[in-house]
Write a protein that binds this ligand. Structure first.
Ligand SMILES: [Zn+2]
Length: 391
């Protein structure tokens, strides 16, 4: 590569990175009604920042502050303000008065705090009005789905969505090979003409060592929302395969592990997932919390019981999610706590155990039953989906 093409290449890479980074805080701003008179300033919420600190920064009158706080009653719990999320302030260009505050709650919603014409404040959590475009992407893998997307200048977050859909069919860590291929039809989210992020995957195909796997998104009154293969069978199981998005597995399930500290041979009948501090950890199925609290070497620990057969144990949480206590009911995918290093842990990771009829088994080799197939009354509606999104 000569110097000029390298420079062009570098700029392209930098642009791609910018788009991706910007996409991460997507959808922060809704157009104010009187845009021309308002000035917008965006800031990233710093760590440890509170809503009270925010209001103090704005040098508002005490009356205005309490009016804003009152407007948020039963609308949004400001203790959930999260570092790294974007907050946009709209001030009157002439008077410098704060007219509107928009906090990007998550990928789907904004909290809008608005000064009305009558002078009082109203708050509401609103869906971000993305423009949705149905887009298709195909790729052939050289090293990984992620790398293929990067190489094609596509959003690498699609790789995570694909691996979540086919988590039970394809081992994305070990069995993906050069020459495998994929195709996805998905809702791309745009705001004011700018691409923000992938939305729902409508249909996906993955060919692994010549074997094709299909998944079509479907939901109705009779059929549970989810992904179904070309025959209408669920590609999901009653449990999620992984309880978090992890970086790598730091310790596998083994009956003989040499302890790094004292050299003794001890079993590790669990899997340790290395992940960033604060990474959300979810329940793998619908169940009941049967233990939650500080438990010695486990640190902050949660145990969930799903049915007669299965329980899972999660250790070293930095903190518990709201409402997680003994007796609480949890849904599949519900956040129960956050990765940490409490108890006996050298760094942030999730210690994860699965018990079947009380016996510890390898979490990576469980084979739970599949979810229910498409309801027989939905056959025609599902056939329409598979032909609309033919792969
Ligand atoms: Zn462990």
């Amino acid at each position: 590569m000569n110097r000029v093409t390298f420079a062009v290449f570098a700029v392209a890479v930098a642009l791609a990175a910018l788009i991706v980074v910007h996409g991460g805080h997507s959808g922060k701003v809704l157009l104010p009604e009187k845009r021309e008179s308002l000035r917008e300033v965006d800031k990233m919420i710093p760590s440890g920042y509170s809503f009270e600190a925010l209001l103090n920064d704005l040098s508002l009158t005490t009356t205005t502050r309490s009016s804003i706080v009152a407007s948020m009653d039963n609308v949004y719990d400001t203790s959930k303000l999260t570092a790294g999320h974007v907050l946009s302030l709209f001030t009157d260009a002439a008077t410098n008065e704060v007219k509107r505050i928009v906090y990007n709650v998550n990928a789907d919603q904004n909290l809008e705090i608005q000064n009305t014409d009558s002078g009082d404040w109203r708050s509401a959590v609103k869906d971000i009005p993305y423009d949705i475009k149905i887009e298709t992407i195909k790729g052939t893998i050289d090293s990984s789905v992620y790398q293929t997307l990067i190489d094609e200048n596509k959003d690498p977050r699609l790789a995570v969505l694909l691996s979540e859909i086919f988590a039970w069919q394809v081992d994305f860590a070990f069995s993906v090979q050069k020459g495998d291929s994929f195709e996805m039809i998905y809702e791309a989210r745009y705001l004011n003409g700018v691409y923000k992020m992938p939305g729902k995957i409508l249909a996906a195909k993955f060919i692994n060592s010549g074997d094709p796997y299909y998944a079509y998104y479907f939901k109705s009154d009779k059929t549970t929302e989810g992904y179904y293969d070309e025959n209408g069978n669920s590609v999901q199981k009653i449990f999620l395969k992984f309880p978090l998005q992890y970086k790598y597995i730091s310790t596998y399930f083994t009956y003989r592990r040499i302890d790094p500290v004292n050299g003794a041979v001890e079993p590790h009948r669990a899997v340790d997932f290395a992940a960033n501090y604060g990474t959300p950890v979810v329940s793998i199925g619908d169940g009941t919390v049967i233990d939650a609290g500080w438990r010695g070497e486990y640190g902050n620990k949660v145990v969930i019981r799903y049915n007669e057969e299965y329980t899972t144990t999660y250790g070293h949480f930095s903190s518990f999610a709201k409402g997680i206590k003994i007796g609480a009911h949890v849904k599949q995918g519900q956040v129960i706590g956050y990765v940490g290093a409490t108890g006996l842990a050298t760094g942030p990771h999730l210690h994860y155990e699965v018990r079947k009829f009380g016996t510890l088994i390898n979490p990576l080799s469980i084979n739970p039953p599949a979810g229910k197939p498409i309801d027989s009354g939905d056959k025609d509606a599902f056939a329409k989906i598979t032909s609309t999104y033919a792969l």
